[in-house]
Design a protein around this ligand. Structure first.
Ligand code: ATR
Length: 291
């Protein structure tokens, strides 16, 4: 890559940022799509988010990724926000426009694209959502918007689950979503659900854990989606697979949220399927070299 005076600059704001895979992926897409663009990490502490956004705009930065811990706080400093990101209450991508940045949530869009591609049906299906944190919010919104028949949120902290259920019901204008303690799963009506796992349980290095350990729970799963991508196959996924469910891990969601962001910054290009395969390999390489 040759950087010149014409090179456009994008980046990621996070804290910490050192472990981010995004610079590797976006610079790869720039190279593969022939864009004169460079993507760099910016370590921004929480108290500096406002200054960072204003400074980035002043320095003609074209787009930014936003990750932990800034996905909510950044919303106060945007010129505009996409309707989905607003409903979810979290932004992970900023696109430069006149007067500031517009915020998007490509985590949600990435999850939906990955599920669609794997043929996982949401419409008219009963769904179980494990977790009630940030990732759960994006997933709950997708399930609701794509026409889930019902959504049961199971979380360790029940009041957090109730809050999320109320948010979704308010948004949809009907009582689509209910909440329970995760330990109460046995009280659920026995049928086949789409189960979406968004807790951090089972993530590297705690790969021997699952949010629900009892194999009987997985009899309820027709399909099981985990947003975790380290490991590639979580214990949640192995348990679901053993019970006969169709399973999906978080790798494609990770890749697609990045591709969707890249295409928002560069609307004239489309990342090709072979370059997404290349991106998956880069992720695997990155994760392999991390230990
Ligand atoms: P994220 O943005 O990745 O979703 P988060 O907002 O911190 O992260 O949410 C983490 C989720 O994992 C929550 O649903 C959390 O449950 P609580 O709301 O009860 O804290 C869940 N989680 C984390 N550790 C857990 C554990 N050991 N057992 C069960 N759930 C756990």
């Amino acid at each position: 890559m040759r950087i010149s005076g014409k090179t456009s600059v994008c980046g990621i704001i996070a804290n910490p940022v050192e472990h981010s895979m995004s610079p590797v992926l976006h610079n790869y897409y720039a190279e593969r799509t022939g864009k004169d663009m460079v993507y760099v990490p910016f370590k921004v502490p929480e108290e500096s988010v406002e200054q960072a956004i204003a400074g980035a705009y002043a320095m003609n930065i074209q787009g930014m990724s936003v990750t932990v811990p800034h996905k909510q706080s950044v919303i106060s400093y945007l010129a505009d926000i996409d309707a989905d990101a607003k409903a979810i209450g979290a932004v992970n991508t900023l696109v430069r426009m006149d007067g500031g940045y517009k915020g998007y949530n490509t985590d949600a869009a990435g999850l939906l694209r990955a599920m669609k591609e794997d043929g996982i049906v949401i419409s008219n299906r009963p769904c179980i959502l494990l977790g009630a944190g940030g990732a759960a919010k994006a997933a709950a919104y997708i399930l609701a918007k794509e026409g889930a028949e019902e959504i049961v949120i199971l979380n360790r902290n029940v009041s957090r689950a109730k809050e999320l259920a109320e948010d979704i019901n308010r948004l949809m204008g009907r009582s689509l979503t209910t909440a329970r303690a995760i330990s109460d799963w046995e009280a659920l009506p026995k049928k086949k659900y789409l189960v979406v796992q968004t807790t951090s349980v089972g993530m590297h290095p705690n790969t021997e854990q699952a949010p629900i350990e009892d194999a009987a729970f997985y009899e309820l799963a027709e399909a099981a989606v985990d947003v975790i991508y380290t490991p590639m196959e979580t214990k949640f996924m192995s348990l679901a697979k053993a019970a006969g469910a169709k399973v999906m891990g978080g790798l494609n969601m990770l890749v697609y949220q990045g591709v969707i962001a890249y295409e928002l910054w560069n609307p004239e290009v489309t990342v090709r399927a072979e370059d997404m395969d290349g991106a998956r390999n880069l992720v695997l390489e990155f994760l392999g070299s991390r230990k």
